[in-house]
Design a protein around this ligand. Structure first.
Ligand SMILES: C[S@@+](CC[C@H](N)C(=O)[O-])C[C@H]1O[C@@H](n2cnc3c(N)ncnc32)[C@H](O)[C@@H]1O
Length: 268
């Protein structure tokens, strides 16, 4: 696959995803569709599948990247962590219908349980950990901590909604990824915060200063997010101004991903 075909694949993923209800933007879809092409040992695990939008994107890309399977985890039960939807169909039926309709059911290993339950029996190395489940602080922390020991050096952790009004994703990105010396390159694409796990290798000075700079900007949102989560008053205008100052565009991320992909993509 050359770069043009690769770009075409990302565009196809955007078109395909528009047929499944969900909250991913175009740049987020392109970002997710890129991830399975990252090479190296380990599984792809999604936490929070809803109707299968990101599941299908990851699975379709995994097929193009010649990966054997992806894992997806979601109890798919009515709860306040499930986005509102209008369909009369039940959520599990919608999820399974969508993955069948897009011919990926065969490579999606679905775990219909909470992430904390799956973590109890999980024992596989991870290459991609995509967190889009319970957005509370406790919930997002459980998702990260339940699986962090399985990250292989080079693995990428991605968390959705880091610049939306949810406490968990933002704080976990700051506390566990940006302020951790075990993560190197990091960034935000749309509202997906991501970081590359580097294990015992220290981040470079440039990586560290970029991580600190991003964590400073993101930290300004935290008092507002904690206030909202606890039903306390907060200055929404201040939050919006601080949020607008957070870099979250696509180009740097894609350059980063492409550099790592280009070396191997010709062989696929
Ligand atoms: C924002 S939606 C996920 C959206 C999905 N990634 C997409 O692309 O459309 C959040 C989902 O997380 C699931 N969820 C909530 N708590 C969870 C948990 N502890 N473990 C796994 N999934 C959870 C909910 O059932 C819900 O379907």
């Amino acid at each position: 696959m050359d770069n043009e075909q690769f770009n075409q694949h990302l565009n196809e993923m955007v078109t395909m995803a528009s047929g499944i209800e969900g909250h991913l933007t175009v740049r987020e879809i392109r970002f997710l569709a890129t991830l399975p092409f990252l090479t190296g040992e380990g599984e792809i695990l999604e936490i929070g599948s809803f109707m299968g939008r990101s599941t299908t994107i990851l699975a379709k890309s995994a097929i193009r990247a010649m990966r054997a399977r992806i894992h997806a985890c979601d109890p798919l039960l009515p709860s306040d962590t499930v986005p509102k939807f209008t369909s009369d169909e039940k959520l599990p039926d919608l999820f399974h219908r969508h993955i069948r309709q897009h011919d990926v059911a065969g490579i999606v290993e679905f775990h219909q349980v909470k992430s904390s339950e799956l973590a109890k029996s999980w024992n596989l190395p991870l290459r991609i950990l995509w967190i889009d489940g319970d957005h509370s602080y406790k919930g997002a922390m459980v998702d990260f901590e339940g699986f962090q020991e399985y990250l292989k050096p080079g693995a990428v952790v991605c968390i959705h909604d880091v610049i939306h009004e949810f406490e968990g994703p933002t704080r976990v990105l700051i506390e566990k990824i940006l302020l951790s010396a075990s993560f190197g390159d990091c960034g935000i694409c749309g509202s997906i915060g991501w970081g590359q796990y580097i294990g015992d290798r220290a981040p470079t000075g440039k990586q560290w200063s970029e991580k600190i700079s991003l964590s400073r900007k993101l930290s300004r949102l935290v008092p507002h997010l904690v206030s909202v989560a606890n039903g306390l008053p907060s200055n929404r205008l201040r939050y919006k101004i601080d949020r607008a100052r957070i870099p979250h565009s696509e180009p740097n991320l894609f350059r980063w991903l492409e550099e790592r992909i280009r070396a191997t993509i010709g062989n696929r």
